[in-house]
Design a protein around this ligand. Sequence first.
Ligand code: FAD
Ligand code: DLZ
Ligand code: SF4
Length: 516
Amino acid sequence: MKQRCRNLIFILGDQLSHSVSSLEGADPDQDMILMCEVQEETTYVRHHCKKIILILSAMRHFAEDLRGKGFDVGYTELDDTPNTGSFTEELKRAVKEIKPEKVIVTEPGEFRVLQAMSGWEKSLNIPVDIRTDTRFLCSKDEFAAWVEGRRELRMEFFYRDVRRKTGLLMEDDKPIGGRWNFDAENRKPAKPDLFRASHPQFTPDKTTRDVMKLVDERFAEHMGEAKGFAFAVTQEDAERAADAFIEHFLPSFGETQDAMLSSDPFLNHSLLSFYINLGLLDPLDICRRAERAYLEGDAPINAVEGFIRQIIGWREYMRGIYWHFMPDYADRNFFDASRPLPSFFWDGKTEMNCLSTVIGETIDHAYAHHIQRLMVTGNFALLAGLDPHAVHEWYLEVYADAFEWVEMPNVIGMSQFADGGLLGSKPYAASGAYISRMSDYCENCRYDVRKKTEEGACPFNSLYWDFLDRNKKKLDGNRRLAQPYATWGRMKDEQRKDYRSAARQFLKKLDDAEPV
Ligand code: FAD
Ligand code: DLZ
Ligand code: SF4
């Protein structure tokens, strides 16, 4: 250990970038680094086993990288003794031992951690420099300025500003291809494709295998298992995953973006969110590489624009919403929904094939792609009136890319409309017809998607109309729902009664914990 430590630089588990602001100006001869695996972070929700392995193994590899650059890294492993179990207490312990002049840290991605951090200067009795997270394209202040004076916050307009700011897919001040958004071309169903390349898998090294063993032993009650872990845990491997995406999957990303196939959980999705969110990949760099693929004629505009929009549009917008509206945002519940999550959210055991497939894949991979999250699990939770806070916790637990700043607005806002339309212009509510059009799930389901209310009818059908009916007062003025409400209004009384009654029967089964 150093005789005298100038700065103690504290790096959190999702700050694994060499360009992270806490490392700016760091000097291996004068500064020390602290990283710690702590019980509080692994259990504040019961994260999926593969998510914990990904984070802890990536942390251990990043610490080694920093040592390779000459830094003295203090690293607490989860089962080291002593390990006090929380960021605050581990930092206190290190400060007491090392006696640095100052602590430097980059602001965290979760409100709860920022609250703890705000108390550090007082409790440690030394200066604590909390730096802005510069890995995002839009700072919290810029987002606040964008919100100012707007009646409606819509991602599309935010996205255009970020396109202008970055110059991505721009020709002077005009969008390349003459349009900002090519989504209309990205709504096709997919067919099984034997020639689709396989997404890269990374064989666990000794460090990862140690973490896998630890997680199997300590987190047996959490979703999933260590077996089959194949994520990248280093920057080099994450770059390999990005190379594979740009070469093999980006060209068809657009056309299968909204599709779902039983035999192919990943389709042409990038599977890069985990690495971007941990800091192993730089979001702007990935977008520039995708843009280059378009400019060199290797990928079409609808694919590249769609991909770039997800990252510089949705990802940045979600972060802006989170920080601007927290802490109140967490408790939004526009529909006053309160039903607990059915047990099949944990084990996938339901005869609704769409849900059992998506939840089964989630258990296996700690991954589901966007439309599965939005239009299968999210749609069901919305229609069945599940408690949005419980739904939020579920998503935070089960997906390897889930950190509150991105997960919460996606769930509370986009998926559950629990913010009453602050983020999205209408609820993503759909009947079985949507799932049938965009997937092959209905072909092997015990329920019949063509039946409306009779025995064996797809539950999404009655739940959809019942959702609109029971929330009519709250949604009636929404112009984007005028058409379905007009259809509901034109139905015969008998038909409406049948929908209500089929939905009630189904929801009663959920409440009575009967199999569905
Ligand atoms: P791709 O389909 O390949 O998309 C490319 C990239 O765009 C992603 O890697 C991601 O960085 C970004 N992106 C795409 N959509 C979004 C979005 N809506 N918000 C933010 N970034 C986006 N994403 C998370 O990173 N963490 C979450 O916890 C999370 N929770 C979600 C919960 C719900 C209910 C919904 C509907 C979406 C959620 N998303 C979340 C967004 C999206 O589903 C994932 O980013 C995506 O599925 C990750 O897989 P991919 O890397 O293959 O994405
Ligand atoms: C999610 C997570 C987990 C499971 N474990 C740790 C950990 O042991 N140590 C750590 O530094 N970070 C962990 N993380 C990520 C943190 O929860 C994340 O950095 C904060 O929530 C701030 O975004
Ligand atoms: Fe899902 Fe309904 Fe299709 Fe079954 S029939 S897979 S429940 S949408």
